[in-house]
Every structure is written in structure tokens, then in C-alpha cells.
Design a protein around this ligand. Structure first.
Ligand code: DGL
Length: 278
């Protein structure tokens, strides 16, 4: 396939689960004329718990299959845990393929904080990444940044989106370490550095010990996708339907309803690389 052909396909959004739909929601407003494919690597959810080399290898293998199958115009890695680990490897492995990554919004948080106390709420994987540490040294050296790796919030968000219910005490416990008081100052910004978390932000507001700004990167990622999409040729054909694909192949009715609410039909075809690379 030539790179020209590779740039006329859909925009592919990728996450370990349904978190990337928070980015799709914003992208639909800015890029309504494009065909979308949504891929959730739910066979491997949660990414936050994966060992780095194994996850990196899985992602490169998985994207080999997805690029061959969909020829995406653009890939949006709507997942901080995958982007902070593997965006450079993916760009190197697929040099003709434009990618948009998602990384913790540490720079805007450092610019906006008044108290100088900022927390980054993310998966344990994102918190461990050198990429995240480098962002802090580059942009937030003057702030006190607390990294909070949550074991359970991505799963709670999945549950909330599918079942419409979440245990508020569990949310309260997960976000509690974000709230720091130091010499009369208090945390005033929490960066939502996992695409699953914006879906729970109202519950977080409700259970937070004091009000803070919750920084959500979805709109910024959609804007980045818009600016890259503007440099590509327009799609050759009008989209027939937007499809969503789950690598586990197990899609229960609640999930089916959820993705159809975001404008996707389910694709039941298997992704061979997903099973092989894990
Ligand atoms: N939505 C993902 C992120 O932005 C990760 C969730 C997970 O698989 O742990 O980091």
C-alpha cells in the first residue's frame, strides 16, 4: 500500500476499553465528516497493570493488523497508558502513518495553578512512565506535582458507562490521595491523565474534599486531530458506517447499546494479532 492510499481511510480511535469514547465525543463535533473506527483492546484491559515490554510488543503487533485492515487516515491513541509507553515505537514501526497521542496535561496544569500544588491522576502504568516524569521536569519544575496511580478508576468508569452505577465511596477513596495541604496551600488542579476518567468527573466533583479544576484533555486531542486531518486529502468515499471493534470479541448487550449511542456498529471480525501478541 502506498502512503497516499493509507491517508484516505477512516480516523481510527484506540484505547484499552471505552475510555477513548470521551475523545470521540469531542472529535465528532470537530470532525463530523470523517468515517470513524473505534478499537478497544479489551482483551488486555486494564493496560495500567501491564509490564512495559510486553505491552509495547502487543501494541506494535496489534497496530500492524489494524493498519493493514483499515488503512486509517489518522490514528488517535486515545489512551495515556499506551501513548506514554509506545507512541515513539509506533511512529518508528509505521513511519507513513500519522498518529495523535494522548499524554498527561501537565503543561497546562502548571500554567494554570495558583497554589502550585497539582495532582496527576492516572493509571499505575502512566505514573511509572519516564515520559510522564520528563513532562514534569520540562514543564512543572516549579510546582509540587503529586502522581496518583489509581488501580481501580478505569474499571469503575467502565462499570459506570455500562451499568449507569458507580460506588461513590470507591471513587472517593481513589481520588483522595490527589488532595494535598501544604503550608496553608491546597491542591487546586487535578489532571485527568486517563481517558476513562472524564466519564466519572461529576462523581469526582461530588466526592472531592474541596473544589479543584479537573483538567480533561479530550478536546485538545480532538483539536490536534482536526489540525492533522486538515493536512490530509479528503476521504475518498462517504462513510457507510462507523464501526467499533473489541479485541475480546465478547460484547454484552449493555456495551452494544453504549457504542451504538456513540454512533458505532459493532464489527464482530476477529483481530488475529491481538490474541497472538498478548
Ligand atoms: N484509558 C486508558 C488511559 O488513558 C487506560 C485504562 C487502562 O487500561 O488501564 O490511560
Amino acid at each position: 500500500m502506498t502512503s497516499e492510499q493509507a491517508r484516505n481511510g477512516p480516523i481510527l480511535f484506540f484505547d484499552s476499553g471505552i475510555g477513548g469514547l470521551s475523545v470521540v465525543k469531542e472529535a465528532r463535533v470537530l470532525l463530523p465528516e470523517h468515517a470513524y473506527v473505534y478499537v478497544a483492546d479489551d482483551a488486555a484491559f486494564p493496560y495500567g497493570a501491564w509490564e512495559e515490554d510486553a505491552l509495547r510488543a502487543r501494541l506494535v503487533a496489534l497496530f500492524g493488523g489494524l493498519i493493514a485492515r483499515f488503512s486509517p487516515a489518522l490514528i488517535v491513541i486515545a489512551c495515556n497508558t499506551a501513548s506514554t509507553l509506545a507512541i515513539a515505537d509506533l511512529r518508528e514501526a509505521f513511519p507513513d502513518q500519522p498518529f495523535v497521542g494522548t499524554v498527561p496535561a501537565i503543561k497546562p496544569a502548571a500554567e494554570r495553578t495558583r497554589s502550585g500544588l497539582v495532582s496527576v491522576l492516572a493509571t499505575p502504568g502512566t505514573v511509572r512512565r519516564q515520559y510522564t516524569r520528563d513532562l514534569i521536569s520540562a514543564y512543572a519544575a516549579k510546582c509540587h506535582v503529586r502522581l496518583v496511580g489509581s488501580e481501580n478508576l478505569a474499571r469503575l468508569s467502565e462499570q459506570y458507562m455500562r451499568e449507569g452505577f458507580v460506588d461513590e465511596d470507591a471513587v472517593r477513596a481513589e481520588i483522595a490521595p490527589c488532595f494535598v495541604e501544604h503550608e496553608g496551600r491546597r491542591t487546586d488542579i487535578v489532571v485527568l491523565a486517563c481517558t476513562h476518567y472524564p466519564f466519572l468527573v461529576n462523581r469526582m466533583r461530588k466526592t472531592a474534599p474541596w473544589p479543584v479544576d479537573w483538567i480533561d484533555t479530550s478536546e485538545a486531542i480532538a483539536r490536534r486531530a482536526l489540525s492533522l486531518a486538515a493536512t490530509l486529502p479528503p476521504p475518498r468515499e462517504m462513510p457507510v458506517r462507523d464501526i467499533a471493534l473489541f479485541t475480546s470479541g465478547r460484547v454484552l448487550p449493555a456495551l452494544r447499546r453504549l457504542v451504538s449511542g456513540f454512533g458505532f456498529s459493532l464489527d464482530e471480525a476477529a483481530v488475529p494479532e491481538a490474541g497472538e501478541a498478548g
